[in-house]
Design a protein around this ligand. Structure first.
Ligand code: ADP
Ligand code: MG
Length: 838
């Protein structure tokens, strides 16, 4: 869902609204002028002011999600680099600008009209069109040249195709045509006005500086525009007279530029200007009145050179074939790809930009979905061993191994668990390999379902593998299995990076000769010496931590096994379709009975004592507590509390009467395991930890989760951490300690207080922090989307998926659509190549 216009109620006070916008825009302007130093204002810093103001819009406004996200971003402004700050400030300005435009009362005078001359497609080398093809090295293009080509290479741009697909990061909106009285400082705009007078003079203070000063007017007001010329040659009276003559009184002038706040109201800063031949004549400038693309640049390559280089390669698009059938374009309301590529680099207006963007976003999603659906076909095309369940129903009687396991459990499956196990077993019974994703909120009981599935495979005479993202989790899975499997006479072993060499050799041997039926481990399972005798089912826990390629490696071991992946980080549908579009999805949408909801509360750092009091009173009642920190050890640069430091403090000063354990990723594996075991047994009452407890660690007596520096974590991650408590019958608590200075962050955290629905939380996180953050890591097989947004383009994604299905049903190998097949190949090649080193 795209952020809609803010809701404006009748109670809106226009003066207050104006003041709110103006204050924000001035602050942003000033910050930009001073080089993004997080200026100290009278009462607070720039970033604090923005975070506060954005989260408190004038009454009558409903805060929109973008503003909330921006507020959150500004609250961590201090940690951003200058260029990140620059980007954030620009994004904010644009958003405010759009917001302002939408909320401005309609009584404002109509915007001026400006005709744009048709763009001949660029000053390109029509003389040598045959030399220009998608693979032409950029150094060979006239209008680029070897020096710029070297700079472009630094951006990963080597051939014409690369440059065509180097989309603008942003646009200067000179298509924003306004009247003089509607100029807003901090935004870009174009006015069409009449020249009332023009004079030029040499600066009284600087004999090298010439100034041209124009008085302009339109029906709504007057405006002074100054232009500066530095250098002796500009100060000659003859040259100045020449300048003046270009702007005769009464002439119609189009002016585009950035609007600044001046002492007498808004003014342009060094604008582009063009005198029109008549009031209705079109403007000839390729920039005035248009949307000007803004590209990511690199040192030594300015904006103009970049635009010039792109302009020089765009003619190649004239011979660029259309990959989709015409009929489909019409049905989907899409413009041609070549036109979209051309216009994305120089749209005449918002509509063109939107149509172009929509087409390119559609293509990104379409290629992604084609790739996933073809992969699915590939995954399921080779025969897998049919793992027939002995007697049929898992919930009914019979079924030796599985039923014995179910009998060992101190509980019965929920309806959802039983349904999902049925789905899985039906898949396993086929000769087509299963490719299934099991989604379920934290604590919904996925692991036991997975074990039941593994036992089904073992019962059918195959081996199983259970792969976890961390050693801690692998060890815990193994420990849990160890409590059950020996009674069932199933041999199970653990293989991680820290398995000693001798034990490892023995393990691998038993695996090959089939004596070992179930292997639990981490990435170590992916390593080459690991070979199975008859691998039937692979279960990947917390699958979002694994890349697609790692998954493939595992699948290539032994015969084509069935695959069950699990995730406890429920993800929004757009993300699920992007990452797991090649999988069937099962969902456990029901928690085991008897769980009391977790009470979540925000605390300021100064209120930390309350958290400690709660821990004390819970421990007295036989419960246990986690205290989670973002860092292992203190670092010089940050003032974050670290696990080691907090452990020392809690053990020594705060809870001298309790046992306090420490767990973090840098501990040796045996120490980690010991720390968890001690906590599970109750030998330690409080476990200070980093996020290694995030996944899977399961101690039912733990009823308090305290998270320090909560603002540092993504919502989905916090939800995941929170899921470590509330696993037993006792009422549980989650206390989020945050930096109280931070209004935006606080607002984000409120989502967790309100909601315990993992899907809702993930959706918010996607919106506020982006897909990489939702998944917790950047290397998670996210598709490379240049333009498409998983937060905003869900509708296009659904359409693209439907189209991809339709295309492949009729034409599985894309024989009829060779250009589309080629695009898909190109993408596949790019994704399988390692990214160029930077
Ligand atoms: P997940 O992996 O989905 O987070 P687990 O499989 O670790 O969840 O289960 C969480 C806890 O709930 C475990 O202690 C498990 O033994 C218990 N559990 C699982 N299924 C049930 C059930 N049907 N009834 C009661 N407790 C269950
Ligand atoms: Mg689990």
């Amino acid at each position: 869902m795209a952020p809609g216009p803010p809701q404006v109620s009748a109670a809106l006070d226009p003066a207050a609204t104006d003041a709110w916008f103006r204050a924000l825009q001035q602050a942003l302007q000033l910050e930009a002028e001073r080089g993004f130093t997080d200026l100290m204002g009278r009462r607070e810093r720039f970033s604090a002011f923005l975070a506060r103001s954005l989260s408190q819009p004038p009454s009558g406004f409903r805060a929109d999600t973008v503003a909330v996200a921006l507020a959150a971003d500004f609250s961590s402004y201090g940690q951003l680099s200058t260029s990140q700050r620059q980007v954030l400030v620009r994004r904010c300005r644009q958003h405010l600008h759009g917001w302002r435009q939408r909320t401005r009362p309609p009584s404002a005078p109509a915007a001026p009209q400006l005709r744009l001359a048709a763009t001949t497609d660029t000053g390109a080398q029509d003389s040598a069109p045959t030399t220009l093809n998608p693979d032409t090295p950029l150094a060979e293009i006239r209008g680029v040249g070897p020096r710029s080509a070297t700079r472009l290479a630094q951006l990963g741009l080597f051939v014409v195709r690369d440059l065509v697909h180097y989309y603008p990061r942003d646009y200067l909106d000179y298509a924003n045509l306004v009247r003089i009285n509607a100029l807003v400082p901090g935004s870009t705009a174009t006015i069409v006005a009449t020249v009332r007078s023009c004079r030029s003079f040499v600066s009284p203070r600087n004999p090298q500086l010439a100034i041209l000063e124009l008085q302009l007017a339109d029906p709504t007001g007057r405006l002074r525009v100054s232009r500066f010329f530095a250098g002796r040659r500009f100060t000659s009276p003859a040259w100045l007279k020449l300048q003046e003559r270009q702007f005769p009184s009464g002439a119609t002038l189009a002016v585009s530029g950035l609007v600044k706040a001046g002492p007498y109201g808004p003014q342009f800063q060094d604008p582009l200007m063009e005198v029109l031949r008549s009031p209705q004549a079109p403007v000839r400038s390729p920039q005035i009145g248009r949307l000007i693309p803004v590209y990511g640049l690199t040192e030594g390559l300015g904006a103009d050179r970049m635009r010039q280089a792109i302009t020089a390669v765009l003619p190649v698009l004239r011979r660029w074939p259309e990959p989709l059938p015409k009929g489909l374009l019409a049905e989907e309301g899409l413009i041609e790809r070549a036109l979209a590529l051309q216009q994305i680099h120089g749209p005449a207006d918002r509509e063109q930009l939107q149509a172009s963007r929509r087409r390119l976003v559609f293509d990104e999603f379409l290629l992604m979905q084609l790739g996933l659906l073809q992969r699915r076909r590939q995954l399921t095309s080779r025969p897998a061993p049919a793992l027939t369940p002995a007697p049929p129903s898992p919930s009914g009687a019979g079924g030796d191994l599985l039923q014995s396991f179910l009998n060992l459990l101190p509980f019965t499956f929920t309806t959802a668990q039983a349904r999902v196990l049925d789905e899985i077993r039906a898949d396993l019974a086929r000769e087509q390999p299963m490719a299934r994703l099991l989604q379920g909120d934290v604590g919904s009981g996925k692991t036991v379902v997975a074990i039941a599935a593994l036992l089904t495979a073992i019962e059918a005479g195959c081996q199983g593998a259970l792969m976890a993202p961390t050693e801690v989790l692998a060890e815990q899975h193994h420990a849990r299995l160890d409590a059950w499997l020996p009674q069932l006479h199933v041999r199970c072993a653990l293989l991680t990076g820290s398995t000693p060499a001798r034990r490892r050799r023995q393990l691998l041997e038993d695996l090959v000769n089939g004596q070992l039926q179930l292997l639990v481990g981490t990435h170590a399972l992916l390593e080459d010496p690991v070979q199975f005798a008859r691998l039937g089912l692979v279960v990947v826990d917390e699958q979002h931590r694994f890349g697609v390629r790692q998954r493939d490696r595992l699948l290539h071991k032994g015969l084509q096994p069935h695959l069950l992946t699990m995730t406890a980080t429920p993800i929004p549908r757009t993300l699920a379709l992007s990452l797991h579009g090649d999988l069937e999805v099962s969902q456990i949408d029901e928690l085991p009975p008897g769980r009391t909801p977790i009470r979540t509360q925000l605390l300021r750092a100064s209120e930390r004592a309350q958290a400690y009091d709660l821990i004390r009173s819970e421990v007295v009642r036989g419960q246990r507590a986690y205290v989670v920190l973002p860092l292992v050890e203190e670092s010089e640069k940050s003032d974050l509390r670290s696990a080691v430091e907090v452990h020392r403090q809690l053990a020594g000063e705060v809870f001298p009467e309790l046992q306090v354990g420490l767990l973090h990723g840098r501990l040796a594996s045996a120490d980690k395991q010991a720390a968890i075991a001690a906590f599970a047994r109750g030998d330690t009452h409080v476990l200070v930890s980093t996020t290694v407890v995030e996944v899977g660690v399961d101690v039912p007596e733990a009823s308090v989760m305290v998270i320090e520096h909560a603002e540092r974590f993504g919502l989905a991650q916090l939800h995941q951490l929170r899921g470590r408590v509330g696993r037993g019958a006792a009422a549980s608590h989650c206390l989020l300690i945050h930096d109280g200075r931070n209004a935006g962050a606080r607002q984000r955290l409120e989502v967790l207080v309100r909601s315990s629905d993992g899907f809702e939380i993930a959706e918010m996180d996607l919106r506020l922090r982006g897909p990489g953050q939702v998944l917790g890591t950047r290397q998670s097989g996210l598709p490379d989307l240049a333009l498409a947004s998983l937060a905003d383009d869900g509708e296009v994604l659904e359409r693209a998926r439907a189209v991809a299905r339709r295309i492949l049903e009729q034409d599985p190998d894309l024989a009829e659509l060779p250009h589309l097949a080629r695009l898909l190949d190109g993408q596949r090649r790019r994704l399988s190549e390692p990214a160029p080193l930077n």
